[in-house]
Design a protein around this ligand. Structure first.
Ligand SMILES: [Zn+2]
Ligand SMILES: [Zn+2]
Length: 315
């Protein structure tokens, strides 16, 4: 196995299947990571343990000793800030408040959030609520916590498949409380979701006629055409607020709107395009590159995918 020594970049993976966070740090380091992402508890249940029980000195010391930084948190899958049911929004608020407190307690790299789905109501009818809830949340949480909006793949009215929605949230939340400029909110770019939503990562647009999909599948790609991720992020002024990259290949063709991650190089994102994107000069070296791939053994990110990622950024 080749070991790359150029570790100025932050290479990480989502780490699960371990007893505690200290073990997660050790697992990440064994895989070759110097950054990682975790859930603060199960992503499928609302319940959480008190912070004192999970943010242990053993975890923080292991992290510092082994140099894993940043540790990014991923919020629950149940969260929906765009729901039209007040009870769901309330539960989501409480849950995210906990996640942000967790992020502050560990001095982490932010909480990645799937904002949710407007369930067909349309972004125009959900955006005021989403923006207000996020602003309230930032007001109610520690100053050293950070909320990261993740771009979506384009399924079921999910907010943020269109990067303009991400830009709009950031702009309006900034107006309310300077939350972008004071580092309280930013966004996370998932390469699989971008590919699904019709943003290509390389320099040349994919030929939409050769993706061989049903009309329904092509909805996203055709709605906007194929857009350059780099050009769009630049046009929307989103480079500075970009705080995390989820590096995932995709099992589905460009513009499919489907969210099925694949191991790097084994999916439908051209690796040359992935390489171009990950090495863009606009992308800061400090932005962590986090794998959320299925792994060769279907047990989550592994050393092989970490090596493949390092190969993509080894210039
Ligand atoms: Zn992701
Ligand atoms: Zn995904």
């Amino acid at each position: 196995m080749v070991f790359y020594t150029n570790m100025t970049r932050k290479v990480g993976a989502h780490i699960g299947g371990v007893e505690n966070f200290a073990a997660a740090v050790e697992k990440a380091v064994k895989m070759g990571c110097n950054a990682m992402q975790i859930f603060s508890g199960s992503p499928r249940i609302w319940q959480r343990r008190t912070l004192e029980l999970i943010v242990t000195p053993e975890f923080l010391q292991t992290r510092d000793r082994l140099g894993v930084n940043p540790v990014v948190t991923h919020a629950l899958y149940l969260v929906n800030l765009a729901s039209d049911k007040a009870e769901n929004v309330e539960k989501s608020f409480k849950s995210l408040k906990y996640e942000l407190e967790f992020d502050a307690a560990i001095g982490g790299g932010g909480v990645v959030v799937h904002v949710g789905s407007h369930q067909g109501r349309g972004w125009e009818n959900a955006r005021d609520q989403v923006i207000q809830v996020i602003a309230d949340l930032l007001k109610a949480t520690p100053a050293n916590s950070c909320f990261l909006i993740e771009n979506a793949a384009g399924q079921n009215g999910k907010v943020g498949d269109d990067l303009k929605e991400v830009a709009e949230i950031l702009e309006r939340v900034e107006q309310i409380g300077k939350y972008v400029s004071n580092g309280r909110i930013g966004w996370c770019f998932d390469t699989c979701h971008a590919h699904a939503a019709g943003y290509y990562l390389g320099e040349v647009a994919p030929d939409l006629t050769f993706t061989g999909k049903s009309e329904k599948d092509m909805k996203n790609a055709h709605r906007r055409g194929a857009l350059s991720a780099r050009a769009m992020i630049t046009e929307l002024g989103l480079w500075d607020a970009l705080k995390c990259i989820h590096v995932n290949d995709s099992k589905d063709p460009f513009g499919s709107g489907r969210d099925r991650h694949q191991n790097l190089g084994d999916g439908m994102i051209p690796q040359a395009d992935m390489k171009v994107f990950l090495n863009l000069p606009q992308l800061r070296e400090t932005v962590p590159l986090i794998l959320e791939v299925p792994g060769l053994d279907e047990e989550g990110p592994d050393a092989e995918n970490v090596q493949r990622l390092k190969g993509l950024i080894a210039l």
